[in-house]
Design a protein. Structure first.
Length: 90
C-alpha cells in the first residue's frame, strides 16, 4: 500500500476528507520526530512504542584489501509493536 491509498483508507475510517487525513499524517509524523529528537519515547496504545537507541561506533575490515573502516556512534529511531497489533496481524 502506498501513502495515497493509506490516506484514502484513513479518510474513510475517520469520516473526513482526504486532505484532512493527509494533513493529519503529516502532523503525526512531525510530532513523533519532535519527541524522538528530544531523546524521549512515546507509547501509543494498540500501535506500539517509538523510541531512540544509541548505537556504538563500529570498526571492520574490507574483505580482500584488509582496509579498516569506522562508523561513528549515532542515535537511531526504533519502533516496537504493541501486543494488540501483533495479535491483530497474526
Amino acid at each position: 500500500m502506498v501513502t495515497k491509498d493509506f490516506v484514502k483508507l484513513l479518510a474513510t475510517e475517520a469520516g473526513t476528507t482526504e486532505k484532512e487525513a493527509k494533513e493529519f499524517i503529516g502532523h503525526f509524523t512531525n510530532a513523533i520526530g519532535i519527541v524522538l529528537a528530544d531523546k524521549d519515547s512515546i507509547a501509543i496504545n494498540g500501535l506500539g512504542t517509538f523510541k531512540t537507541i544509541a548505537q556504538e561506533a563500529k570498526t571492520g575490515k574490507v574483505p580482500g584489501t584488509d582496509k579498516v573502516w569506522t562508523s561513528a556512534a549515532k542515535t537511531v529511531p526504533k519502533f516496537s509493536y504493541a501486543k494488540a497489533m501483533k495479535f491483530r496481524v497474526a
